[in-house]
Design a protein around this ligand. Structure first.
Ligand code: GLN
Length: 194
């Protein structure tokens, strides 16, 4: 059903190519988005992993505003790791000039896992996907506060690591770096109203 949909991936920095490959594996068209014109041609948007401070700096105010407008109008948005940080309403341990997009009622702390665990792989229990799946955590953020309208879809070590608010999805880990594409499939379901 979502086969004719065009899914944008913000391509300013980070692992957008891996998201485009995951979308190809899901047999949907992925499009790199760097401008408002490109954003206007997609039905949903993925904010990739990478470095949230850099992405924030590279995003001009026009693109920032258009993403916020489209999200408010119902466009599905998924953020992974740095992308989750971009979606938050508040960022702890961010840089002074780092301004999140405030797409979800979330406060997150950057690089929140301790030094020796700042990158690790773990099985993430995800009832929303029908069972556990692989989680690649790379200098991942942690959620410190979530609004009442935010639903936790998966947790790891007592921490929420996958959260949904209406048709916005934030993952602290990187589903684009594993061959398990169930999170992408789950997100694509938003286009069909699930
Ligand atoms: N620590 C990075 C940041 O603050 C996120 C890392 C990642 O996306 N793997 O943006």
């Amino acid at each position: 059903m979502s086969a004719r949909r065009r899914i944008g991936v913000l391509a300013l920095q980070g692992d957008f190519r891996e998201h485009l490959a995951a979308l190809r594996a899901c047999e949907v068209e992925g499009v790199a988005v760097r401008t408002t014109e490109e954003l206007d041609r997609v039905d949903a948007l993925i904010l990739p992993g990478g470095e949230s401070t850099t992405m924030s700096r590279l995003m001009d105010s026009k693109l920032r505003q258009r993403i916020q407008e489209r999200a408010a109008a119902g466009m599905p948005v998924m953020g992974t790791c740095a992308g989750m940080i971009l979606m938050a309403s508040e960022v702890l341990d961010g840089t002074v000039e780092q301004e999140p997009l405030k797409l979800m009622h979330l406060a997150v702390r950057r690089n929140a896992y301790g030094r020796q665990r700042d990158s690790f792989e773990a099985e993430v229990d995800a009832p929303a996907l029908g069972g556990p799946g692989p989680g690649v955590f790379i200098r991942a953020p942690q959620v410190t506060q979530a609004g009442a309208s935010v639903e936790t879809l998966a947790s790891h070590g007592g921490q929420p690591v996958a959260l949904r608010e209406e048709n916005r999805l934030a993952l602290a880990f990187h589903p684009e770096l594993t061959p398990d594409h169930r999170w992408h499939q789950y997100f694509l379901g938003f286009l069909d109203g699930s």
